[in-house]
Design a protein around this ligand. Structure first.
Ligand SMILES: Cc1cc2nc3c(=O)[nH]c(=O)nc-3n(C[C@H](O)[C@H](O)[C@H](O)COP(=O)(O)OP(=O)(O)OC[C@H]3O[C@@H](n4cnc5c(N)ncnc54)[C@H](O)[C@@H]3O)c2cc1C
Length: 324
């Protein structure tokens, strides 16, 4: 990209937002209202993770609950109302080695940006069973904090052996009558303290060497067919919910060559901020948050990223950071 064309380049945007989930749309609302003319690329899942869930009951402002899809349509409408431009397109490659920043889309288009907010989220890892897909949002979930309440006083199954599975089981044990925790290996990977808490909880039953073979139910989860991976003996566990807690994958692959990430690929940001290690690049939502992973926290960091981008655009980097 020849630098002499930089200021006159029609594809140069002040702010590009990557991702059309709660974080990206919130960033777009704030940035549009601040006059930054943001352009947002929605990627492979317009609306983000909430579009695969049913009812959202814990987002403030919706006292009667709302479907995830309708909520995301509200977010999007609010962003476009103030002039945010929302486009189809997946960012496949970037060059953050200098200024301005360069992005390549899946349709081959190139975009240059003075600042970028990465809000590409994280994807829950799933078991890959056809019945799991069929019963998404009908008893199958990947988030106990989000959906546990729907299973109050019921029996549920949690799958996984790490800290997330232990946390989800403990959270659900406070709401549900009984929690079956299926661990594929002969022991849990979770930290010792988390394991102790799980074993102490009377209403959690841990099944080792056990995997999910199938999820039974047509319109809702009715039971889980489990298989002992050594003896191959199957058992049917009556349950109305299945919580898959085998981890999340942050969608940070296109940005990895430039950004500092943790050992799981979550983008690392400055403490209490959304600034990454590259000036003008900010990260918001689940892509930088392995801990809270909620729509409201994603939206909160989307707001922070827009405010930080606005401040950055008032004082862009000096010539030493420009691409040669
Ligand atoms: C089944 C389920 C139920 C949930 N229920 C609740 C709930 O009830 N309440 C709650 O608060 N939270 C809930 N959550 C969590 C919540 O959905 C997430 O915390 C939130 O969506 C994270 O927002 P985000 O904007 O960071 O990312 P996401 O929602 O993951 O959105 C990411 C966006 O980035 C886009 N993208 C990805 N890669 C690229 C790319 N290369 N280029 C361009 N765009 C890209 C995607 O298309 C998508 O639009 C639930 C999650 C799941 C999986």
């Amino acid at each position: 990209m020849p630098l002499k064309n930089f200021m006159t380049n029609p594809n140069l945007q002040p702010l590009v937002i990557i991702g059309g989930g709660p974080a990206g749309y919130t960033a777009a609302i704030y940035a549009a209202r601040a006059g930054l003319s943001p352009v947002l690329y929605q990627g492979p899942q317009p609306g983000g993770q909430l579009t695969i869930t049913g009812e959202v009951e814990n987002y403030p402002g919706y006292p009667n609950g709302i479907t995830g899809t309708a909520m995301m349509e509200d977010f999007r409408a609010q962003a476009t109302r103030f002039g945010a431009v929302i486009k189809e397109g997946i960012v496949t490659k970037v060059d953050f080695s200098g200024y301005p920043h360069w992005l390549l889309l899946n349709n081959g288009a190139e975009v240059w940006a003075q600042s970028v907010i990465i809000a590409a989220g994280a994807s829950a890892k799933w078991l890959g069973l056809p019945s799991e897909k069929k019963l998404y949002g009908k008893g199958v979930s990947a988030c106990a904090v989000c959906d546990g309440f729907f299973f109050k006083n019921e029996t549920v199954v949690v799958v996984g052996g790490g800290d997330t599975a232990a946390e989800e089981s403990l959270y659900l044990s406070k709401l549900c009558k009984k929690v079956h925790l299926l661990v594929r290996k002969e022991a849990m990977r979770a930290s010792k303290i988390m394991q102790e808490r799980v074993f102490k909880q009377d209403n959690i039953q841990v099944w080792f060497d056990t995997a999910v073979q199938d999820i039974i139910g047509e319109e809702a989860v009715e039971a889980i067919q489990a298989i002992h991976v050594i003896s191959q003996k199957t058992s049917t566990i009556a349950a109305t919910g299945l919580f898959v807690a085998i981890g999340h994958q942050p969608n940070s692959a296109p940005f990895l060559p430039y950004l500092t990430v943790d050992n799981q690929g979550y983008i690392q940001v400055e403490a209490g901020k959304t600034a990454t290690n590259i000036p003008g690049i900010f990260a918001a939502g689940d892509i930088q948050d392995p801990y809270y992973r909620q729509a409201v926290t994603a939206a909160g960091t989307g707001c922070m990223a827009a405010l930080e981008a606005e401040r950055f655009l008032h004082t862009p980097p000096d010539a030493s950071f420009q691409k040669k």
